[in-house]
Design a binder for this molecule. Structure first.
Ligand SMILES: [Zn+2]
Length: 89
């Protein structure tokens, strides 16, 4: 009988439900936006542009990837500009 009940949560997820998640930074998008992953159950969260923490949905993942791309480009452009400056002076 018990086998017919679908197992919705892993034991780790139960630990998280009781003791709360154990998040570590899984990806650094910008200085202010990071993605987090729970080391026990694998639940993923993200900082949002609005300044709160939300569950990492495919939509947020896509947005973060886009922000990371812009951020990286902006940073490399800054380095390039600094190199130009040092060359000129
Ligand atoms: Zn967890």
């Amino acid at each position: 009988m018990e086998n017919k009940i679908p197992r919705l949560f892993s034991p780790n997820a139960w630990i998280c439900a009781v003791f709360s998640h154990n998040f570590t930074v899984s990806q650094r998008i910008t200085d202010h936006i990071k993605e987090y992953k729970c080391t026990r159950c694998g639940q993923e969260m993200t900082d949002t542009a609005q300044g709160f923490i939300a569950k990492l949905t495919p939509k947020f993942r896509e947005t973060n990837a886009y922000i990371a791309k812009i951020h990286k480009r902006r940073r490399s452009r800054k380095v390039f500009a600094e190199n130009d400056f040092s060359r000129a002076s």
